[in-house]
Ligand binder design. Structure first.
Ligand SMILES: [Fe+2]
Ligand SMILES: [Fe+2]
Length: 166
């Protein structure tokens, strides 16, 4: 299996997008199903955000100062998603704002993924090349093994908070 960092992250993005699509296909009154799908989103996003915040973003920042603005914008986008994830984690699926909040989360994360995949990840690939991306990917797999799965777990929001207030 490849440990290329961008391949690993895109694989996560695919899984996240799939759950987004399933949520959008679910009926207006499918509260139990939508509750399970949002739980799954929260888990996928918590793990994915952790490995990007812990490994990908700091490495790119160190190695490619020309992408500093993109990384900082990404931290801010993660921060917005974190707030929504945190609120959804404590909300019942039949709450009147549950669907609206989830829809806004989906819109934000889709936009963010598009910027990563369409805009600055290709620049990272171009600048770093295969070997460096494999090393970063291996480091990300290690981080994934200790990643939090819920926003309430230690470390889940730390890097974003550091980035915002540093
Ligand atoms: Fe991201
Ligand atoms: Fe991502």
């Amino acid at each position: 299996m490849s440990t290329d960092a961008i391949v690993l992250l895109k694989h996560d993005h695919q899984e996240i997008r799939k759950v987004f699509g399933e949520f959008e296909q679910a009926g207006a009154n499918a509260h139990a199903l939508k509750g399970r799908l949002v739980d799954r989103m929260i888990e996928l996003l918590t793990v994915h955000t952790f490995i990007e915040n812990e490994v990908m973003y700091p490495r790119v920042r160190e190695l490619l100062p020309q992408l500093e603005a993109d990384v900082l914008e990404s931290y801010e986008e993660h921060h917005v998603a974190d707030v929504l994830v945190l609120e959804l984690a404590g909300m019942k699926p039949d709450h009147p704002r549950f669907d609206a909040k989830t829809t806004v989360l989906i819109e934000n994360v889709r936009h963010h993924i598009e910027e990563e995949e369409g805009d600055w990840f290709p620049q990272v690939r171009e600048a770093l090349g295969r070997k460096a991306l494999q090393e970063i990917g291996a480091e990300m797999l290690e981080a994934r093994a200790k990643a939090p799965h819920r926003p309430s777990q230690p470390g889940a929001l730390k890097k974003t908070i550091d980035a915002v207030f540093a």
